[in-house]
Design a protein around this ligand. Structure first.
Ligand code: SAH
Ligand code: SF4
Ligand code: F3S
Length: 476
């Protein structure tokens, strides 16, 4: 059977272009309809790949599913299996195709099962073509711009046996105010902006998440206020480049000014943010970090490379000296700040000399932690068309980088030994049920001996052991 014949593409352009509130109202009406819909899914399984943006989107999907009365279960039992996908590196995509192969077998035994794919990977034309051709078991596909239409798409999927595909090429309205289930009752992420305009030459995010759009400050504040009223103590503000927050809004506002407004919310205890691009990082923000007590002393500052030549080829708009200057200023202004980073090894044209420049910045910046990646060519990005490097050499450099970063993180963490730190307790430790896991203001992971009743509380923890990746302690 040729699956493309039965594929129905919904609203390639949205039929409805009203205000966000009206659209949210319409989707809420469809949630009501779904609640009593006979064929509605009773159980679901949701797998989230990629970054915090996807994690936040999944909270929205979950909120809608809970609202219609569906309960979470395991993958092989679920009426509805959803993959919220990522495409930032190739292995993330391979994982999805691998899972689809597995699900095909399960679906044979459980014919009522519906398979849903959404998220960044679905914004790639080549992926949609491949799915249409080779994966007829998928029932519903949508992208990153129309996630708020999930109730409508779900209903359409239940009413037909066709594969429903609804991918938009750009964002229309920002639709807020739909249900969402937050992972923790005491800490939450809040989008302050969507998309990215930076077009780093290796990165696919601007193509799959669209142009940068800031949310209005009053909507952000209102959302945080209501979260705080419901018991949230820690907020993480999310954006691909929070330092350029506010561009394009009617009311001129900078990210530092937004932080100040957020910190004025009574009852809120900790504020974090992700991610900062060094090129737009202002002295105003560094000063705000120094003076706003609620802002946690942690800065995630992706370096990507320490080589000026590669930073230029990556279109990052800063050089090694500027990066090191920011690190110096942050350390001067914010006592005990922890700085973490992202680094790519094996970008096209990277020589051993370029890599040694990266190591030099790592040693000088003394990162507390970081994510390191081997460069993965992404179709459609400029770097994928550049001359690629020998993967074997990248692997050697990558291993060396990991080792140096680990040594530094170990030395940094050792400074906490014997001290008492404040930890927001999050959950039971995965490997030791007598322990609770949480994070310090510096975002360092701590495992400490305590009972479950501490979850959601701020604990004073004395550190008795340190490792490169976490600290171990007991209640002070
Ligand atoms: N907006 C954030 C990063 C989002 S993507 C920022 O600019 O800091 C998260 C990380 O994935 C990036 O910082 C980068 O280190 C890595 N990354 C992005 N594209 C990649 C690619 N093609 N190959 C390998 N790593 C990549
Ligand atoms: Fe990708 Fe660069 Fe945008 Fe980050 S700033 S999402 S790395 S294009
Ligand atoms: Fe991946 Fe999309 Fe985030 S591509 S890293 S999930 S924005």
């Amino acid at each position: 059977m040729n699956i493309s014949d039965t594929v129905k593409t919904l609203n390639p352009r949205p039929a409805y272009q009203g205000e966000g509130q009206e659209e949210a109202e319409r989707q809420r009406g469809l949630i009501e309809k779904l609640k009593s819909y006979p064929k509605k899914p009773k159980t679901f399984y949701l797998s989230t790949m990629g970054c915090q943006m996807n994690a936040r989107d999944s909270e929205k999907l979950k909120g809608i599913l809970h609202e219609i009365g569906a309960e979470e279960t395991t993958e092989d039992q679920a009426d509805l299996v959803i993959y919220n996908t990522c495409c930032v590196r190739e292995n993330a995509e391979q994982k999805v195709y691998g899972r689809l192969g597995y699900l095909k077998g399960i679906k044979r035994k459980h014919p009522g099962m519906k398979i849903v794919l959404c998220g960044c990977m679905m914004q790639e034309d080549a992926v949609i073509e491949k799915l249409k051709k080779s994966y007829p078991e998928v029932d519903l596909i949508f992208g990153t711009y129309n996630i708020y239409k999930f109730p409508e798409l779900l209903l359409t999927m239940l009413e037909t046996n066709d594969t429903i595909i609804d991918i938009w090429k750009e964002q229309q309205d920002i639709v807020e105010d739909l249900p969402s289930i937050r992972k923790y009752p005491f800490k939450a992420s809040v989008n302050i902006m969507y998309g990215c305009d930076n077009f780093c030459t290796y990165c696919i995010v601007p193509y799959v998440r669209g142009r940068e759009r800031s949310r209005k400050p009053e909507n952000i504040i209102a959302e945080i206020e209501s979260l705080v009223q419901s018991g949230v103590r820690e907020i993480q503000l999310l954006g691909q480049n929070v330092n350029s927050y506010g561009k394009g809004l009617e009311e001129p506002i900078t990210f530092a000014q937004l932080l100040e407004r957020v910190c004025r919310i009574e009852g809120l205890e900790r504020v974090r943010f992700m991610t900062s691009h060094p090129k737009d990082l202002s002295d105003e923000l560094i000063a705000a970090m120094g003076k706003l007590d609620k802002v946690c002393p942690h800065f995630h500052l992706p370096l990507q490379s320490g080589s000026d030549r590669l930073l230029k080829a990556m279109n990052r708009h800063y050089d090694q000296a500027r990066y090191l200057d920011i690190v110096r200023k942050l350390r001067e202004t914010v006592p005990e700040i922890s700085i973490t980073t992202d680094i790519i090894v094996g970008f096209p044209g990277e020589t051993r000399e370029d890599f040694l420049e990266t190591l030099k910045v790592v040693r000088e910046s003394r990162f507390d932690g970081g994510f390191t990646f081997i460069y993965s060519p992404r179709i459609g990005t400029p770097a994928a068309r550049m001359e690629q490097v020998d993967p074997e050499e990248s692997k050697v450099n990558f291993a060396e980088l990991l080792k140096v970063m680990e040594e530094i993180a170990e030395e940094n963490n050792a400074r906490w030994l014997g001290r008492t730190v404040e930890v927001l307790a999050e959950e039971k430790s995965k490997n030791d049920s007598g322990m609770i896991t949480g994070r310090t203001p510096q975002n360092i992971l701590v495992h400490f001996t305590a009972g479950d009743r501490w979850i959601g509380q701020m604990a004073q923890v004395r550190i008795k052991e340190t490792t490169p990746f976490y600290l171990i302690g007991e209640l002070a």
